[in-house]
Design a protein around this ligand. Structure first.
Ligand code: NOJ
Ligand code: CA
Length: 705
């Protein structure tokens, strides 16, 4: 603490004692782990540099903008003012990976002004935390200008070497790509175009989507992302393989000649760099949430984290359909031939009751029903999808009142489904009526979806126009006590802190790809990458829990994990809503179901025990309210031994443990369900080594009662 205040006091001195052209200011995190250096070049170009434990991890990187109808805003500046600040607060997550979050940083806000006409002002705010840094641009009011249009943002991240990168292409429409592992110089997003499994995809340049995670040859981890994406376009990072520089590339729109349009004053989202010596530090970092505004909704007692089941996997397996007459095939994004149009409608009253019974028997809180409303016969492959869904009219064979009555009687809550078919204008017209209907039936969670190309043509899922749509949905829904689980969403940027009804989202290649992707589904390394990339953004509706791993109805597909790994995912992949996605009949008589019954969904604290990006990860989480702990470990295609030191448990206590692990001969490909279950007594003194099969894992429940 002493060290900190000394340094902090000297900051303005360091700053003030330099001549104008060499001006460089430093802001350091309270414990001095990370340091940002900021200055102007001779030409008045703002730049920054980032050091971690004294080593440069981002070299001199320029900052600026290209504007529409105005000269660029990136040179000719002088520094006209600066302010220092610091924070050390602890806030509580209403639900989350942990109850308490410490938000502790030092910051500096610089005011820059062009020395020549038009003499515009730009402010840049830097925050240094122990787990990384963030900065954002703040545009003050400009005399004579009330708004501006950004052509692109030119924020550079100049890397210090050709690091290993785990990346997906900078697609403007979708994040549902396979992750790639290459050196930064080997990133080739263009080669990921024309993916036939994606209903909408647009990759204009060689860029990546965030979070993107890098590891230096010295073993330091850097993850780039953004926080508080509000009324702005999503940021991709353009890759220059030669200079090893990433530069912000905002998602655009073909309807406008700009990427962002804003009234002055405003500020951009935070540009974030999480920095971790251990890979697991990235997962434990709460930097993204800390860079968001505090809770605006207050308590939301109407939403409780839960496990849920649903009429969902059966459609992805091709066993039933969303539409009543079965004319649509999700798997090929096409219309079925006439010979297949017999009714296989999934969302019938009777079938729903079967799922409600199953949920009630196992203590699962929710039941999702997809395909309950009219319009699905006009869903995929249709150009004009406006007005197709109204979100209030059930199909004739789905008695919404009866289903809700029955669910309530059984102590289960129905989860609503709104597939907008990427027609957001229709959804905005309908959503209040749709949420009113939910209120009438006491439903508090909706899964939304945006499959297909956005209507109006020319907009993209991740552009400013859609960012504002997703926000409008979140805010409107909150007014009706409705929580949102969005599929085909805008990426998570920590807004769950401000809007705790933003409970989960997809925004990655989810479980569904295992059922029908033409490339055979998610490879075993997928989730050991996701945990260190996509999961840094926020909760994931991955929908784990496939027990019938071979997928007998899908000749060319199977799930590329073992059964033990499917269990481990309830701990490893965080979400306040966790699906048990398989068919009720596939859980019947399975002892492994006990783990899904027992596992928590809301956490007091979380610890990453071990892990390497793309290889393996093991996480322990303590359940809120019970003191029970759960541990999950997963590996990629390589088998490995993982040693767990249970020192995180409460000392002196004996926990009743049930261990679900890969049997000695388990293998994701040809023996995925070979599972061993054993009981043990475990204390904080215990250390144990587990064998993980190729594509395997282990899951442990540690109960206190
Ligand atoms: C895509 C979603 O990711 C999936 O979960 C859903 O079943 C379909 N869209 C239909 O809405
Ligand atoms: Ca999807």
């Amino acid at each position: 603490m002493k060290k900190y205040s000394l340094l902090f006091l000297t900051l303005p001195l360091i700053f003030g004692s330099c001549s104008q052209k060499d001006q460089e200011a430093i802001v350091r995190s309270p414990e001095l782990t990370n340091q940002v250096e900021f200055g102007l070049t001779e030409a008045g170009v703002p730049y920054y540099r980032v050091l971690h434990n004294g080593e440069v991890v981002l070299d001199t990187s320029a900052l600026g903008f290209e504007l529409v109808g105005q000269p660029p805003l990136r040179s000719g500046f002088e520094i006209t003012g600066w302010q220092t600040g610091s924070e050390d607060e602890t806030w509580e997550m209403p639900w989350g990976e942990q109850r308490e979050v410490r938000n502790r940083y030092n910051e500096m806000l610089f005011t820059l002004k062009e020395t020549k006409a038009p003499g515009r002002e730009l402010k840049i705010r830097f925050r240094a935390f122990e787990d990384g840094i963030g900065f954002r641009y703040e545009f003050p009011a400009w005399e004579g200008t009330d708004s501006l249009k950004i052509q692109d943002e030119q924020t550079e991240f100049r890397l210090t070497g050709d690091h290993t990168a785990w990346w997906i292409p900078g697609d403007w429409d979708i994040y549902e790509h396979r992750y790639n592992t290459t050196r930064v110089s080997g990133i080739d997003a263009i080669s990921k175009r024309d993916n036939e499994d994606l209903a909408a995809t647009y990759i204009p340049v060689n860029a990546v989507n965030t979070p993107v995670t890098l590891r230096t040859d010295e073993g330091l981890h850097l993850a780039f992302h953004e926080a508080d994406l509000t009324d702005y376009a999503g940021m991709t990072l353009k890759v220059d393989p030669e200079s090893l520089t990433l530069t912000s590339g905002l998602v655009g729109s073909d309807r406008h000649g700009y990427k962002v349009s804003r009234k002055l004053p405003f500020h951009t989202p935070w540009r974030t760099v999480q920095i971790g010596d251990r890979a697991g530090d990235l997962i434990e970092s709460r930097l993204i949430e800390n860079l968001n505004e505090p809770n605006k909704l207050g308590d939301i007692p109407w939403f409780t984290p839960m496990k849920y089941v649903g009429i969902w996997w059966e459609m992805h397996l091709g066993l039933s359909t969303w539409d009543m007459e079965a004319t649509q095939d999700m798997n090929t994004f096409s219309t079925l031939g006439n010979e297949q149009t017999s009714s296989k409608h999934g969302a019938t009253t009777e079938n729903t009751k079967k799922y409600i019974d199953f949920a009630a028997e196992n203590g699962f809180g929710g039941v999702l029903v997809e395909g309950w409303n009219t319009g699905w016969d006009h869903w995929i492959g249709f150009e004009d999808r406006e007005g197709v869904f109204d979100f209030v009219t059930p199909y004739a064979d789905f008695d919404i009142a009866e289903v809700n009555r029955y669910a309530r009687e059984k102590g289960v809550e129905m989860i609503m489904h709104h597939e907008t078919s990427a027609a957001p204008r229709t959804y905005e017209q309908q959503m209040e009526a749709a949420y009113e209907l939910m209120q009438e039936y006491g439903m508090h969670t909706v899964k939304t979806g945006y499959v297909g190309k956005i209507i109006p043509k020319g907009e993209y899922h991740h552009g400013q126009w859609m960012v504002n749509h997703y926000r409008k949905v979140l805010e409107t829904a909150a007014g009706y006590q409705v929580a949102i689980n969005a599929h085909e969403p805008i990426k998570a940027t920590g807004l769950r802190r401000t809007y705790p009804n933003a409970i989960a989202r997809e925004g990655l290649r989810g479980q569904e790809f295992n059922a029908w992707a033409t490339d055979g589904g998610n490879p075993p390394e997928h989730l050991p990458i996701v945990a260190f990339t996509r999961m840094l953004a926020g909760p994931i509706d991955f929908t784990p829990g496939v027990f019938d791993i071979a997928l007998p109805t899908r000749a060319n597909n199977q799930v590329n994990t073992t059964l033990a790994q499917q269990l481990a995912l309830y701990v490893v992949i965080y979400s306040p809503v966790q699906m048990a996605c398989d068919l009720p009949e596939n859980y019947a008589g399975q002892p492994a179901l006990q783990f899904i019954r027992d596992v928590g969904v809301d956490w007091e604290q979380s610890r990453v025990l071990d892990g390497e990006v793309g290889d393996f990860v093991a996480i322990a989480r303590e359940e809120r309210g019970t003191g029970n702990w759960f541990v999950g470990g997963i590996t990629d295609e390589n088998e490995r031994e993982l040693t767990v030191d249970f020192g995180f448990l409460e000392p002196g206590k004996t926990y009743r443990a049930r261990i679900y692990r890969d049997a000695a001969d388990a293998h994701y490909r040809d023996n995925p369900t070979a599972l061993a279950i054993e009981e043990a007594e475990i204390t904080a003194e215990t250390t144990r080594t587990f064998h993980l099969a190729p594509g395997g894992g282990f899951a442990i429940s540690l109960m206190t009662d």
